[in-house]
Design a protein around this ligand. Structure first.
Ligand SMILES: NC(=O)c1ccc[n+]([C@@H]2O[C@H](COP(=O)([O-])OP(=O)(O)OC[C@H]3O[C@@H](n4cnc5c(N)ncnc54)[C@H](OP(=O)(O)O)[C@@H]3O)[C@@H](O)[C@H]2O)c1
Length: 288
């Protein structure tokens, strides 16, 4: 297949690109790095030239926090909506949208709401669509996993409130496997939560990350939620990941039933194991 892959140089996108290439598909990558900024792709006409000769589109562009010209509405909603409408016009029927766990009727954050708006638009179109909603993705080279690794390596592990927030991390290879399956599946028009088999607390997850770095367990320091929010208001100027709203999402915790994914894949996703923190699907040395 000829596949237009947006976000192709991201953590997820570059692993999807590798899997597509390994399966013999032709990948056309797209992102700012490849010369196209979503902020300027807000009408279907902007997308039509990119869709010539395409059999499928995978949208894997996303930001975790706003900064400068990087805003949720154009990147998560308007540009994808224009892309999906262009797919309907051009007859590119197979469209995969990478959304996020929590982009559902419970969504409250600009991150989730902006993704859900694009998901809803895609679901309304007469296309062979998939809306894929991963939980926290871990594996070699992930940005949020990298931040958690650094937090976990501190002599005192900082957790928010009691650190009991629920996470259901999923390995990058399972997300890529779901994408590949969605590309070929005759049963399109599905919204799938991509979650791991285990629910862990934030505190447990950081201890795991400490252990895989060869460090002994460390005491936990509890940061009251209001103080964490105040720190995030300062921290967001250094990294968009530290937006106060991201702390609210972490505090909410997200989990989902793994059975629909297991049924779709014909197997359970991988159980968390130490070696998986440093692995992806790319050939060794090719991840950035
Ligand atoms: N990682 C996770 O734990 C996780 C969990 C749930 C959902 N997701 C979703 O999965 C998708 C991929 O995440 P990721 O972890 O791979 O993120 P990532 O590593 O930050 O990659 C983001 C991608 O988006 C592209 N991008 C950013 N701004 C752009 C713009 N203005 N125009 C065009 N492209 C732009 C980036 O390329 P350039 O910088 O070259 O533009 C990059 O290819 C996102 O939608 C994310 O919300 C991720």
């Amino acid at each position: 297949m000829n596949v237009l892959l947006t976000g192709a140089n991201g953590f997820l996108g570059r692993n999807i690109a590798a899997a597509l290439a390994a399966a013999g598909h032709q990948v056309t990558p797209l992102s700012r790095n490849f010369g196209t900024d979503f902020s300027r792709m807000l009408a279907p006409t902007h997308w039509l030239p990119h869709l010539e000769g395409m059999d499928a589109v995978i949208n894997s562009v996303g930001i975790i926090g706003e900064s400068g010209s990087q805003r949720f509405e154009p990147l998560h909603t308007l540009a994808p909506a224009a892309l999906f409408r262009a797919c309907a016009q051009a007859g590119v029927r197979r469209v995969l949208q990478i959304s996020a766990l929590g982009a559902d009727e419970t969504a409250f954050s600009a991150y989730h709401l902006s993704k859900r708006a694009a998901d809803d638009l895609l679901r309304s179109l007469n296309l062979d669509w998939f809306v894929l909603r991963p939980s926290l993705i871990y594996g070699r080279g992930g940005k949020s996993a990298g931040l958690f690794m650094r937090l976990a390596a501190l002599p005192l592990i900082p957790v928010i409130s009691d650190g009991q927030q629920a996470l259901q991390p999923v390995h990058i290879s399972d997300v890529v496997a779901t994408v590949m399956h969605s590309l070929a599946s005759p049963e399109a028009r599905q919204t799938l939560d991509i979650v791991g088999t285990e629910t862990v607390t934030f505190a447990e997850w950081l201890q795991w990350m400490r252990q895989v770095q060869g460090l002994p367990p460390a005491p936990v320091i509890r940061i009251p939620f209001p103080l964490a929010m105040a720190l995030a208001r300062v921290g967001r100027h250094f990294t968009p990941m530290l937006q106060p709203e991201n702390l609210r999402m972490l505090q909410t915790g997200y989990r989902a039933d793994v059975r629909p994914l297991a049924q779709f894949l014909g197997r359970l996703p991988l159980a968390v194991a130490p070696h998986l923190f440093f692995s992806d699907i790319l050939p060794s040395g090719s991840a950035s």
